[in-house]
Write a protein that binds this ligand. Structure first.
Ligand code: ADP
Ligand code: ASP
Ligand code: MG
Length: 426
């Protein structure tokens, strides 16, 4: 007997027919003697629809009211799944974020889980009841509904798993695991049997949306065992208990898998892309101490995350151009803030470009292997893809390119690092 958290994403919950399939998967786990809590997303497309309603109602919407609206999608699916489970003869009930409660802190629309009282949930599960929990939503200190940022149901699931000390948190989605890159872009992408927390964290943060970044950080901190697997399986599929998906593992566990020959050691584990950033160029900024602080201070105060930064070699007359990226969703705000500070910063022109993409290669193998970055630059150059900016970390290299070249760049790099299915390790 195990205690399991099962999470189902939007595609898996899209419509009553699919919810019935989900209910059958849940019933199977419960019938096997396991204690089960289920975390669900809104139906695919529903959150986008609700976000648009907010924008139409008031473009400068109050984030607290936005949360009231967008959290409703998960309320619907949690009730529907509980109803469907009951129709299959299971004892099931829904637990909304404020009922558990899932306490969150920080801003509305990007709330962070602070604490979940797992007691009531654990008692219900021990009594054999299936708990159905809407993902994405929580409650603030002052009792208002909050949401955890797009893709936040993954984080809800991991937080619930930590709160009830679950043996496993199974993330059911529309692909059967974590691949070397988005399998919808590269047909030759390979499913990984395991990936380390560190790599998954980096991959998620640079655009592999299969898991929300925060969910991976939380799983790593709390030691939650996470598996990514498909909800679109037939009756004859290998059961989740036999780990048919991708397990997120520690580096020690990965070393054991490599020693046993169950995983190959690659320099690059995965490739991700992100089209949600925008580039800002400020021209002819004074090339003197403090100039850069004038640019980034107001952005930091407005909680706008700046990612890649380049300060070009100074021009004549003590001036330089500064280029950086911000999330596309924050571009208008960033632009307004910078225009407002034009005199303090002293720039000449502010140029923006949303038609860019960030391509990143990630792998713990890079720590001990030189040449990963140069392979990337050469492979892109050979196909005439221009690099506009570069950033690196211990286990990642990212480049900024023209958005139109995204798919080509991902495919070229996937081949260059020997990741294509049927290829030998690089
Ligand atoms: P859910 O609605 O279940 O939360 P998401 O759409 O958030 O699902 O995440 C699953 C999607 O993530 C897949 O359909 C796939 O296109 C995308 N994806 C991006 N990178 C990867 C990757 N490396 N491995 C698997 N899927 C990926
Ligand atoms: N429904 C939310 C979203 O679309 C949360 C989630 O699905 O994880 O972002
Ligand atoms: Mg998701």
């Amino acid at each position: 007997m195990a205690r399991i958290v099962m999470k189902f994403g939007g595609t898996s919950m899209a419509g009553t027919e699919r919810i019935r399939r989900v209910a059958n998967l849940v019933r199977k786990q419960a019938a096997g003697g396991n204690q089960v809590a289920v975390v669900v997303s809104a139906m695919a497309g529903e959150t986008d629809r609700l976000v648009n309603f907010c924008r139409e109602a008031n473009p400068l919407y109050d984030p607290a009211e936005y949360d009231v609206v967008v959290a409703s999608g998960e309320q619907v699916t949690s009730g529907l799944l509980a109803l469907t489970l009951q129709s299959l003869g299971c004892d099931a009930r829904s637990w909304l974020g404020w009922q558990l409660p899932v306490r969150t802190i920080e801003a509305h629309a990007k709330a962070r889980v602070e604490a979940i009282d797992g007691e009531a949930l654990t008692s219900a599960m021990e009594a054999g009841q299936i708990a159905v929990i809407p993902g994405f939503q929580g409650v603030s200190e002052d009792g208002r509904i909050t949401t955890m940022g797009r893709g936040g149901s993954d984080t809800s699931a991991v937080a619930i798993a930590a709160a009830v000390q679950a043996d496993r948190c199974d993330i059911y989605t529309d692909v059967d695991g974590v691949y070397t890159t988005d399998p919808r872009i590269v047909a030759k992408a390979r499913k990984l049997k395991a990936v380390t927390y560190e790599e998954m964290l980096e991959l998620a943060s640079v655009g592999a949306k299969v898991l929300q970044t925060r969910s991976v950080g939380l799983a790593m901190k709390e030691g939650v065992r996470v598996q990514v697997l498909s909800s679109f399986v037939g009756d004859d599929a290998i059961p989740a208990d036999e780990l048919p998906g991708t397990m997120i593992v520690s580096e020690e566990e990965m070393n054991i898998l490599v020693e046993k020959g169950e995983m190959e050691r690659q320099h690059v584990t995965g490739i991700a892309h992100d089209k949600n950033e925008a580039k800002i160029i400020l021209t002819r900024v004074p090339d003197k101490p403090g100039a850069v602080a004038h640019i980034f201070d107001p952005l930091a105060k407005a909680a706008i995350n700046v990612d890649m930064i380049i300060q070009n070699v100074g021009r004549d007359k003590g001036e330089t151009d500064v280029t950086f990226t911000v999330p596309q969703a924050d571009l208008a705000r960033a632009q307004a803030l910078l225009e407002d500070k034009r005199d303090d910063i002293g720039f000449n022109r502010l140029i923006t470009d949303s038609k860019i993409a960030k391509i990143s290669v990630v792998g713990v193998g890079m720590k001990s292997h030189a040449g990963v970055a140069s392979t990337m630059f050469k492979a892109l150059a050979d196909r005439g893809i221009n690099i506009q900016a570069i950033t690196t970390s211990e286990i990642k290299v990212s480049v900024l390119i023209d958005e139109d070249e995204t798919e080509l760049a991902v495919r070229v790099l996937h081949t260059a690092y020997g990741l294509d299915a049927n290829d030998e390790a690089a």
